[in-house]
Design a protein around this ligand. Structure first.
Ligand SMILES: Cc1ncc(COP(=O)(O)O)c(C=O)c1O
Length: 483
C-alpha cells in the first residue's frame, strides 16, 4: 500500500512502523511501571503550554508524534494500573485486554446489530453468560456490555422502571444507603426521579443497609400513599468494601414486590473466591446486577456489564425500530445488542474479557482476586503494627480504611492531616492513596485489587505513610517549622 495522506492512508511500511512503535511503548510501560512513579497530575498552566496549538493543517511524522505522546501526554496522567495505585478503585487491566481493544478498534467492529457484527454479538452472548454463571443468576438471566458501572446502573434502573412502573415514575420511591455509589443517584435523576423520590437511609455501624430501617421507611411511605418500587443494594461499597445483607434483602424485596438492583460494580467479581462467595451470599437473587470488568476483572476501560434476571426486559425497555434499520430486524435469534441498551453504535467491548479469559483462564482470575483480598489484610496488619493509625473499617473485599492516631494529635488536626498526607504522597509519587469520609470524618483508604502489587509494595507504602504522617504532624505542631 502507498502513502496517500488525502485518503488518510499510511503505506504498509508506515503502518508497521507505527504499530510496532505503539506496541514497544506499551511493553516498555508495562515493564517499567513498578520502578517508576504512580504518575503525575500536572497543573493546567503547564499542560496548556505543552499542548495548546492550532489545528495542524499539514501532515506530521507519526513516530515523532508517538514520541511526543510518550513525553508530554502519558506521563502527565495517573497510572491506574500501577502496582502501588491504591486510590479510588484502581483499574489493574492486563496486556491481553489492551491488545483485544486494539483489534476491536482496528477492525472497527460494529457491535450494535447482528447484521453488522454477528460474531461480535455471539462473543458478547457468551461473555455475558459467563458473567451470569459466575454471579449465580438463573439461566433466563442475561444482559449486555456497557461502558462501565454508571451505565450499568442507568440501564438496570431504566429496565426496572419499565418493568414495575410502566415507565411512569410519579410517586415511586427508591431506597438505598448513604454508602451507595453516586452514579445511582445520577441515574435516577436522568430517569426523571425527583430528589424526594430517593430515600437515602443511614447505613449501620458496618456501613451496610439496615433491613429494619428499610422496612420502616417502606411501611411509612406506603402509609403516606407513595409507591415503594426499588431497593438498590451494594455488593462492595466504594468507601469500605461493605456488602449489604443481600440474601435478606432479596427475601424482603420479593415479599414486598420490590425490585432489587445490586450494584456489584466494585465487589461482585469477589464471588470467584471462597471468602468473597461467603460475603456475597444472595448475589444471584438480584433482579438486576451491575458489574464493572474494568475494575476487578482486570479489563481496560471501558468495560461494564449489566445483568437482568429476566433478560427479555432489556429488549422490552429499549427497543425502537426506525425505518433505516429495518434490514437488521431478523428475528430473536439474531440478537441486536443496540436494542438492549442505550447505545446503538457500540464497540466490540466483549472481546477483551473473552480474550483475557481464554489466555489466562478463570483460575488465574480467581487467584488474582484472592490476592487482592489478602493484600488488604496484609496492609491492615502493617498499619496496626506501625502504631500511627487506627483501623476504621477492617480489610474487606480488598479495601481497608484508617485514621491517623499519633500521640498528641488532636482530632481537628488529625482531620486536616489526611488531605495533606494525600498531597504529600502524590508529590512523592511512590504510591497513591486517597481519602474519603466515614461518619463525617476523613479517613485514608487503600484499595488493593492489583494482583501485581507485591507484599513489599504494601509494607513500604505503609512505612512511608507513617513517616509522612509523623513529619506532617510535627510541622503542624510546630508553626516555626512548617512543611
Ligand atoms: C460501587 C460502584 N458503583 C458504580 C461505579 C461507577 O462505575 P464507572 O466509574 O465504571 O462508571 C463505581 C466506580 O468506582 C463503583 O465503585
Amino acid at each position: 500500500m502507498d502513502t496517500d495522506p488525502d485518503r488518510l492512508q499510511l503505506s504498509t511500511e508506515e503502518m508497521r512502523r507505527l504499530g510496532y512503535a505503539v506496541v514497544d511503548a506499551l511493553v516498555a510501560h508495562e515493564e517499567g511501571l513498578a520502578d517508576g512513579p504512580v504518575g503525575r497530575r500536572a497543573p493546567r498552566e503547564a499542560l496548556e503550554l505543552l499542548l495548546r496549538e492550532p489545528v495542524p493543517e499539514a501532515p506530521g511524522d507519526p513516530l515523532a508524534m508517538i514520541e511526543r505522546i510518550g513525553r508530554d501526554v502519558l506521563p502527565n496522567t495517573l497510572h491506574v494500573n500501577h502496582p502501588r495505585f491504591f486510590a479510588f478503585v484502581p483499574s489493574p487491566g492486563n496486556f491481553v485486554s489492551a491488545m483485544a481493544d486494539a483489534l476491536a478498534a482496528g477492525f472497527n467492529v460494529f457491535a450494535g446489530t447482528w447484521f453488522a457484527g454477528s460474531a461480535a454479538a455471539q462473543v458478547e452472548l457468551v461473555v455475558v453468560d459467563w458473567l451470569r454463571q459466575i454471579c449465580g443468576l438463573p439461566e433466563n438471566a442475561g444482559g449486555l456490555m456497557v461502558s462501565g458501572g454508571s451505565m450499568a446502573n442507568l440501564t438496570a434502573l431504566a429496565a426496572a422502571r419499565h418493568a414495575r412502573l410502566d415507565d411512569r415514575s410519579e410517586g415511586a420511591i427508591v431506597y438505598l444507603s448513604d454508602q451507595t455509589h453516586s452514579s445511582v443517584a445520577r441515574s435516577l435523576a436522568v430517569l426523571g426521579f425527583a430528589p424526594e423520590q430517593v430515600r437515602m437511609l443511614a447505613s449501620d455501624a458496618d456501613f451496610r443497609l439496615p433491613l429494619d430501617s428499610l422496612a420502616a421507611a417502606i411501611a411509612a411511605d406506603r402509609e403516606a400513599g407513595f409507591r415503594p418500587f426499588c431497593v438498590v443494594a451494594n455488593a462492595g461499597t466504594t468507601n469500605t468494601g461493605a456488602v449489604d445483607p443481600l440474601a435478606g434483602l432479596a427475601t424482603f424485596c420479593r415479599a414486598q414486590g420490590l425490585w432489587l438492583h445490586v450494584d456489584g460494580a466494585y465487589g461482585a467479581p469477589a464471588i470467584l473466591t471462597e471468602q468473597g462467595k461467603a460475603a456475597l451470599a444472595g448475589l444471584g437473587e438480584a433482579d438486576s446486577l451491575s458489574l464493572d470488568p474494568h475494575k476487578w476483572l482486570f479489563q481496560t476501560f471501558e468495560s461494564g456489564c449489566v445483568l437482568l434476571r429476566d433478560r427479555g426486559l432489556l429488549l422490552e425497555t429499549f427497543q425502537v425500530m426506525p425505518e433505516y434499520l429495518r434490514d437488521t430486524e431478523r428475528g430473536l435469534e439474531e440478537v441486536n445488542f443496540g436494542n438492549h441498551g442505550i447505545q446503538l453504535t457500540r464497540s466490540f467491548r466483549a472481546l477483551k474479557l473473552w480474550l483475557s479469559l481464554q489466555v489466562f483462564g478463570l483460575a488465574a482470575f480467581r487467584n488474582a482476586i484472592a490476592r487482592g483480598i489478602a493484600l488488604a489484610e496484609l496492609a491492615e496488619r502493617a498499619l496496626r503494627r506501625s502504631g500511627g493509625w487506627i483501623i476504621v473499617t477492617p480489610a474487606q473485599l480488598a479495601v481497608v480504611t484508617f485514621r491517623c492516631a499519633l500521640p498528641g494529635l488532636g482530632e481537628t488536626d488529625a482531620d486536616a492531616l489526611h488531605a495533606r498526607i494525600v498531597e504529600a504522597t502524590m508529590a512523592e509519587g511512590f504510591a497513591l492513596v486517597t481519602s474519603t469520609m466515614l461518619d463525617g470524618r476523613p479517613v485514608l483508604r487503600l484499595c488493593t485489587i492489583n494482583p501485581r502489587t507485591t507484599d513489599e509494595d504494601i509494607e513500604e507504602t505503609v512505612r512511608r505513610l507513617t513517616e509522612t504522617a509523623r513529619r506532617l504532624a510535627r510541622s503542624s505542631n510546630d508553626p516555626a517549622h512548617p512543611e
